[in-house]
Design a protein around this ligand. Structure first.
Ligand code: PGA
Length: 241
């Protein structure tokens, strides 16, 4: 595990963008696993900038997003599909058929989850998975629980996550209580993982995930088992390491 401690959010984003850009340059048809949230916004801004400057080509890149709220249409401003279009997908030359976003409106969710896993395998597996971390130690929407699921699945969100994510909604009541997410197996099968975290609210989760026991109560602790993971955190998120 490589741990890099950045001075601040901007440096974290710059280092993350350099790593993703290197992946795209080394393998022009890379399969990227992508995350939403405040954490990777700076990363996506820099990737868009590199594309606009002619330094990156996404024409053969394939993407799979980590998760989505159940019940929100892609046109809903708080859906993760909307976030991805706004921050990255609409601003680079990704082919629409190469973009995969979990469908929070799928009629048959079990069938959707199985198909998503099959699509990842058919694409050759994820080359680089970008992750944020919840303040409760979740990755994707794999929430702390007495067990974790392997593949893409539906999940009930914890009170802590609903509370944390309510900042994006008009009120806490509007936050969906369920989501669809890649599973721990889907994530751990990625060839490389890039975990990002910034700010004091993430310090405890980062400490528990990187230095503590492996436990389903801190899903990110399973990342300690991965062979090729880079963690980029700012000073505040690293303050308890
Ligand atoms: P954030 O979310 O980037 O908005 O902090 C991360 C997460 O909950 O996984």
């Amino acid at each position: 595990m490589k741990i890099r401690i950045a001075e601040d959010y901007d440096q974290m984003s710059t280092w993350a963008a350099e790593l993703v850009a290197q992946q795209i340059k080394e393998k022009h048809n890379s399969v990227l696993g992508l995350a939403t949230g405040s954490t990777p916004e700076g990363l996506y801004r820099l990737l868009v900038q590199m594309y606009q400057e002619g330094k990156l080509d996404f024409s053969h890149i394939i993407t799979f997003n980590l998760d989505e709220y159940l019940g929100l249409a892609p046109t809903h401003p708080q859906s993760y599909a909307y976030f991805m279009h706004q921050h990255l997908l609409d601003h680079v030359n990704l082919k629409p058929e190469n973009i995969h976003l979990p469908d929070g409106l799928a009629q048959d969710l079990d069938a959707f989850c199985q198909k998503y896993e099959e699509q990842i395998i058919a694409a050759g597996g994820i080359d680089l998975q970008v992750l944020g971390i919840g303040r409760n130690g979740h990755i994707g929407f794999n929430e702390p629980h007495h067990y974790l699921s392997v593949g893409t699945h539906t999940v009930r969100l914890t009170e802590d996550t609903i509370e944390a994510n309510s900042r994006f909604f008009n009120s806490k009541d509007e936050v969906p209580h369920q989501a669809v997410t890649m599973g721990m197996g889907t994530i751990l099968k990625a060839k490389k993982i890039l975990l990002l975290a910034n700010g004091k609210t993430k310090a405890k989760a980062i400490k528990d995930a990187l230095c503590g026991r492996i436990t389903t109560r801190i899903p990110a602790s399973f990342l300690q088992l991965h062979r090729d993971i880079t963690v980029i955190v700012d000073k505040e998120a690293a303050s308890l390491l």
